[in-house]
Design a protein. Structure first.
Length: 437
């Protein structure tokens, strides 16, 4: 529409800013900072460049949001926290921010998130918690940690968002908010200029309204040439569905939607095979002494906790401090187990194009039901369980909406091979089309 003159970048930005500023909407909880005047000026510049035939990319002028974990030159990167509110401003853009700016995308603001990205729920006691689009009158969690990123897209406050994913933080909120969320093979996208949670597991990915949008932004984040999206022939597709771990504790609504999606794909020629995948049980067993995220988070936060522990979200602080109890030998053993289990999983999935499972086994819980710490921890463990497998195994993964209008949101997650990002986008595009029919 921009290329054909049916829309202008300024019109897109104004529409997004209006949604952000709507007093009846979620803007004040979704954004920590809004770039209203900068966005208008950037949009006008992109419209001029487009009319002159000098737009830096086909996406010039499209409004996006940035997670509060990413450095923007001259601004404090607080990671949704209070303890970093007085930190020094960043002296340079994160590479991923620089790449979207160079392509002409227009940031409209920094989005809210779980403090320090350490939860899959999305609750933030400092800035408020944006509500998921479904059942908003009741008030349900948006998923985390990229909570504001997902709500910004779902509510039309941005047309795409940059998020991060250490154990599901792009895919969980995408599932809870009814959009698409992508976790790349981590090494493809630079992590510099992003406050770390767990360098062994962290990745930066897009959230958007379609597989094609995520694929386009992913290529830019990875510094790759634009690629045409090639949907895979469903009749040639082979999906493996795990029979252990990922279906435990599943909500009946999730089971129904996921089963219906598998039946739909099978009717279109996809070969669906159910397998036990004992490797998933091995992942849980390997982390009995602690997790990579916990240990690596504690290493980064240790000095900050010593001088500002009281400013942390208590639920985040407890999880970080727990990482300090791991022995060095435990961490070494966990890294070795990761290599061993990943190799075993590579062999098990070699005959298949992707592994399919529900993104989360439950629908978004109500915000009020998680006031109790025990209920919060149980829900957090459940929503992280399935997507975190892809991070542990160093795979690429994507969550697609599988529910029908009016139904609770359910994500259909596909896990590809390490480095198989282009192929996974082709698989996901075909599945997305089939599930929309």
């Amino acid at each position: 529409d921009l290329a054909n003159g049916r829309y202008t970048a300024r019109a897109l930005v104004e529409a997004c800013l209006a949604r952000i500023g709507d007093p009846a909407g979620e803007g004040k909880r979704t954004f920590i900072r809004t770039y209203a005047e900068q966005a208008r000026s950037s949009a006008d510049a992109m419209d001029l460049l487009r009319r002159a035939g000098r737009a830096p990319s086909p996406y010039a002028g499209i409004p996006v949001s940035l997670k509060d974990l990413l450095n923007v030159r001259g601004e404090v990167t607080a990671a949704g926290s209070a303890v970093l509110s007085d930190a020094a401003p960043a002296d340079a853009h994160a590479p991923v921010v620089q790449r979207v700016l160079a392509a002409g995308f227009v940031p409209v603001g920094r989005t809210n998130m779980t403090e320090f990205a350490f939860s899959g729920i999305g609750i933030n006691p400092h800035h408020g918690t944006p509500k998921a689009p479904w059942d908003r009158a009741t008030g349900r969690v948006p998923g985390g940690s990229s909570s504001g990123a997902a709500v910004s897209v779902a509510d039309g406050m941005a047309l795409a968002a940059l998020g991060t994913d250490t154990g599901g933080s792009c895919r969980i909120p995408a599932a809870f908010c009814g959009i698409v969320g992508y976790k790349p093979t981590a090494r493809r996208v630079p992590l510099a200029g992003c406050i770390p949670l767990s360098p062994s597991l962290d990745s930066i990915g897009p959230l958007a309204n379609s597989v094609a949008c995520c694929a386009a932004i992913d290529a830019i984040l990875a510094g790759e040439a634009p690629r045409a999206l090639q949907p895979m022939d469903l009749r040639a597709m082979r999906l493996a569905v795990p029979g252990s771990v990922v279906m435990d504790g599943i909500d009946p609504a999730v089971a129904e939607v996921f089963g219906r999606a598998l039946n739909r794909l099978a009717s279109q020629g996809v070969r669906v095979t159910h397998l036990p995948f004992p490797q998933f049980q091995q992942v849980a067993a390997a982390a009995t002494a602690g997790t990579l995220a916990g240990a690596e988070a504690f290493a980064w936060h240790r000095s900050l906790l010593a001088r500002g522990a009281a400013k942390y979200d208590p639920r985040v602080r407890v999880r970080i401090e727990r990482g300090g109890t791991m022995l060095a030998a435990d961490l070494v053993a966990l890294h070795a187990a990761r290599v061993r289990i990943s190799a075993s999983m590579d062999e098990a999935t070699a005959p298949f194009d992707a592994v399919a499972m529900p993104t989360t086994p439950i629908v978004p819980p109500t915000i009020s039901s998680l006031d109790d710490d025990e209920a919060f921890n149980a829900a957090n463990n459940l929503v992280l369980r399935n997507p975190a497998l892809a991070n542990f195994l160093d795979r690429c993964s994507i969550s697609l909406p599988a529910h029908r209008p009016g139904e609770p949101p359910v994500g259909f997650m596909l896990v590809g091979e390490t480095g198989g990002d282009t192929r996974l986008f082709g698989i996901a595009a075909a599945v997305e089309a089939a599930l929309k029919e």
